[in-house]
Design a protein around this ligand. Structure first.
Ligand code: ADP
Length: 565
């Protein structure tokens, strides 16, 4: 646990403990006053100084309880903040290659609800456990010299509460984990349904999806009810045990008072303390639920945090400055978790200052090649050289500063157009952003927006067309001015006019840069000076458009397939 949290939690325990000790003093004073008034028939004049002392004690206890709650709350907020940041950093570092195989609903659930559940464990369960260890002990130290019989009853009955709590908890832990898994499945399915709404509507699968979500909700409801039943049962058992124990103490004191074996004042004092003795144990029982909930959530959170990062590179060498950068892939092999390699001995030269297009059927390894250059996956063997340097010896951060990336569907974040273009380069002056937008062919439509560059865009670029979003993505690449640009079919799903605008922008971008372009469309392929045809993780053919056509090999077949499609 971070020291940032340990200190406020120590304060929480400290405040709680002091408040508890004040109860002992308060009970002693109260017992004295009642004894004087009832037994010695004392008047107000004789007891008022003590009564007056009770008032500040009450206030102090109140203030301490508030302070204890406040520090616990602050510690909880800090825990949530740091844990979420840590999780997000780790997920970010794991990268898109890992994310592709995860359910985003489940991850979102862990980051939001899971972290909340863990907060309950740290901010409520842990401080209470500490209080439960100290406070009853402190009360015993006072009770034993006053009345050893009551002390003995307390010592004998106290362990019953944790024992029952653990017995009930054993079954509940499994129930909680099940409930957590069900919530994760429900969130995942729900998010999936939202994201696939168009498909669902088009295929008229709404009723079926609703039925699946309803079924998952129902089983979540059932497991929640089971968990609540156990939580309810455990609190009833704890209440029952502590009430019985207090009754035993009271009866023993009552009889001894009756037979004159005990004075009123110590008897009353012990009776006042008995409920306070069980209180922390009972509170712990209610927070036991927080603990179990946390265990359910922690499993998934730890699973994410313990996933080793793909980037263990500690290379420090900067990328050597040059006017253009040539990339050379030699016998590169790369695989994901599965058996068959995604790249299987790939050889390819990508000349600087030119456009190289990667073509090939789906699953041929094009995205993997791009992922390799972006550092999201790592080669198992073989080598990638950048001019005279081995890519693995180049510092990852420095390398990525020289690389720009334009995906098939660029992501636009909620915020202004200006901030969206200078993503990650917040210091870029507005004039540079405008120039980048002009180069990307985006300036005209941005100026036509209601607030120009200050127009606020919705999540995922709501309010912009697909072609406009892609031009914003290209503007990012121009602004970054990276010498190496990777593009993944930037005109996928666009109409002819948008396609033409983007092709012009790519040609401008290509001046003096190394461009590697995953191309699905013939129009995009023809921008390239060199075309590499990938097949099962290798380069099957490489050359110019005309030469490859003339060879009438794989490239010609691919083109034929596109024309027929
Ligand atoms: P392309 O981009 O040419 O369609 P990919 O590079 O995406 O091809 O895929 C190459 C191979 O790697 C395929 O067999 C694909 O199933 C596999 N693959 C791609 N991404 C992943 C991933 N994140 N996890 C596991 N396997 C993957």
């Amino acid at each position: 646990m971070s020291p940032l949290v340990r200190r406020p939690l120590a304060w929480t325990v400290g405040f709680g403990l002091t408040a508890g000790l004040l109860i002992v003093i308060q009970s002693a004073l109260l017992a004295w006053v009642i004894n004087r008034v009832v037994m010695d028939s004392a008047g107000l004049a004789q007891v008022w100084p003590v009564l007056a002392a009770l008032l500040p004690l009450f206030l102090l206890r109140f203030a301490l309880a508030r302070a204890s709650e406040r520090t616990a709350f602050n510690a909880g907020a800090e825990i949530r903040r740091t844990l979420r940041a840590k999780l997000l950093r780790h997920i970010q570092a794991l990268g898109p290659a890992w994310l592709k195989n995860q359910s985003s609903g489940d991850l979102a659930n862990s980051v939001v609800d899971g972290v909340d559940a863990l907060e309950g464990f740290f901010a409520r369960w842990l401080p209470n456990r500490a209080l439960t260890t100290f406070l009853p002990l402190a009360i015993l130290v006072v009770v034993f010299p006053t009345d050893w019989v009551s002390g003995l009853v307390l010592v004998i009955t106290a362990p019953l509460i944790p024992v029952f709590m653990i017995l009930i908890g054993l079954g509940a832990e499994e129930l909680n984990q099940k409930q957590w898994h069900q919530l994760a499945r429900l969130s995942a399915r729900f998010l999936d349904t939202l994201q696939g709404l168009t498909t669902i509507r088009l295929f008229n699968a709404g009723a079926r999806e609703a039925a699946v979500v309803a079924r998952l909700s129902e089983s979540y409801r059932q497991s929640t009810m089971k968990v609540l039943r156990v939580a309810f049962l455990s609190s009833v058992v704890l209440e029952f045990l502590s009430t019985i124990s207090i009754a035993v103490v009271a009866v023993l004191i009552g009889f001894r008072l009756l037979y004159g074996q005990m004075h009123f004042q110590p008897g009353f004092f012990v009776l006042l303390l008995a409920p306070e003795f069980y209180l922390p144990l009972r509170t712990l029982g209610t927070h036991y639920h927080a603990r179990m909930e946390a265990i359910g959530a922690a499993e998934r959170i730890m699973q994410v945090l313990e996933t080793p990062l793909p980037d263990d590179s500690t290379a420090t060498e900067p990328l050597h400055p040059a006017t253009t950068y040539n990339l050379r892939f030699s016998a590169v092999r790369c695989r994901y978790d599965n058996e068959t390699p995604a790249l299987d001995g790939l050889d390819l030269d990508v000349p600087g200052g030119a456009i190289t297009a990667l073509v090939g059927s789906s699953g041929a390894g094009k995205s993997t090649l791009i992922n390799l250059l972006l550092g999201f996956v790592h080669a198992e063997s073989g080598q990638i050289r950048v001019n005279d340097q081995d890519l693995t010896s180049i510092n990852a951060g420095d390398w990525l500063r020289h690389v720009a990336w334009v995906p098939q569907r660029a992501h636009v974040f909620a915020g202004s157009v200006l901030d969206n273009i200078r993503l990650g380069m917040q210091d870029a002056p507005p004039e540079a952003v405008r120039e980048a937008a002009r180069q990307a062919g985006a300036d005209d439509f941005i100026e036509a927006l209601p607030d120009g560059y200050d127009t606020q865009l919705g999540e995922r670029g709501a309010g912009l067309s697909g072609g406009q979003i892609q031009r914003i993505a290209l503007a990012r690449a121009f602004l970054k001015d990276a010498p190496i640009v990777l593009l993944d079919e930037p005109t996928a799903n666009l109409d002819g006019q948008s396609q033409a605008l983007i092709h012009d922008a790519i040609l401008r971008l290509a001046e003096g840069r190394t461009i590697l372009l995953v191309a699905h469309r013939l129009g995009t392929v023809r921008l390239a000076q060199q075309i590499a045809v990938l097949e099962q993780g290798r380069v099957a053919e490489v050359g110019r458009h005309g030469d490859l056509l003339a060879r009438n090999g794989r490239y010609a077949q691919l083109l034929q397939a596109e024309v027929e499609a």
